[in-house]
Design a protein around this ligand. Structure first.
Ligand code: GLN
Length: 208
């Protein structure tokens, strides 16, 4: 059990339609944030940041579209809500996935789904991630997408040894091909929580 978060902890929602929601909720709490499940558009009013989990992007996109969540998220992100897509979540954030499926979009990348083929459906690798200190991050890839084009505003945070892009940032949007919620290493959640906290204080100041 994680200790109760401090009163000023950032509130981070996890899109809770399908996929590894519980693991992200746990990691947010472990990194010192206040987690919540996002099931309907109104839930987006009570958060400072949002995580789109891994799972099956077509299923999440279709059900999320029916619930009005994709358009509501698109709007909140355009207004400055920090968002992090992991695996299927990265697919949902991508501007282009090379096929027709419901997306949120906004992140100027083209993503290839299931990019590692059948033989290597899942694998783990030690990855150097820009912005993370204290050594490489053990990255778990499960039927993972990769970024095959990154626009000029996109910062590449991590590549595999062969140069394949697997982590990116564009302003307040973060995308990772792998699953940081499946390891005990919470450094990427901490990094995202820091982005969320910085954006919260910036928007409080602009309102003051
Ligand atoms: N293969 C899934 C998809 O294309 C993503 C896999 C995952 O999120 N672990 O939606």
């Amino acid at each position: 059990m994680s200790p109760a978060p401090p009163d000023d902890a950032v509130r981070v929602g996890v899109l809770a339609i399908q996929g590894d929601v519980a693991e992200h909720l746990r990691s947010i709490a472990a990194a010192g944030g206040r987690p919540s499940r996002i099931r309907r558009p109104a839930d987006l009013n009570d958060i400072d940041g949002l995580i789109l989990p891994g799972g099956e992007s077509t299923t999440i996109g279709m059900l999320g579209g029916e619930a009005g969540l994709l358009s509501a998220i698109r709007l909140r992100v355009a207004e400055g809500l920090p968002v992090w897509g992991t695996c299927a979540g990265l697919i949902l954030l991508a501007q282009d996935v090379g096929q027709a499926q419901p997306l949120i979009g906004g992140l100027d990348v083209t993503v290839a789904r299931n990019a590692f083929g059948r033989q290597v459906d899942s694998f783990e690798v030690d990855l150097d991630v820009a912005g993370l200190t204290d050594g490489p991050f053990r990255a778990v890839f499960i039927r993972a997408p990769v970024v095959c084009r990154a626009g000029p505003a996109v910062e590449v945070l991590a590549r595999l040894n062969d140069g394949t892009i697997v982590a990116v940032r564009q302003g307040l949007m973060l995308g990772t091909s792998f699953h940081p919620e499946l390891t005990g290493d919470h450094r990427l959640h901490t990094l995202f929580l820091r982005m969320v906290a910085a954006q919260r204080s910036a928007s409080r100041q602009s309102r003051a």
